[in-house]
Design a protein around this ligand. Structure first.
Ligand code: ZN
Length: 75
């Protein structure tokens, strides 16, 4: 009886771990994604999904073409 209960809870723990593990992994995978700040409007954007503008060896990222153009004109 004891062994059966132990085996049952080990089984349940395994399921919880399996589900918890995948959600944790998903969260961890999303977390290291570096966000950069749009210097024009202050919005945080992901470099892969933003509009980049390279100037003087530096790359700036913008949330929109409008912000990039505003920065380009002011620079
Ligand atoms: Zn912006």
């Amino acid at each position: 009886m004891f062994v059966l209960a132990w085996a049952f809870w080990r089984f349940v723990d395994g399921i919880i771990e399996a589900f918890g593990g995948t959600t944790k992994q998903r969260r961890n995978r999303a977390a290291p994604m570096k966000l950069v700040r749009d210097p024009v409007c202050g919005t945080f954007v992901a470099p892969g999904e933003s509009f980049a503008f390279r100037t003087g060896g530096e790359t700036h990222y913008f949330c929109s073409v409008e912000c990039r153009e505003r920065f380009r004109k002011s620079a």
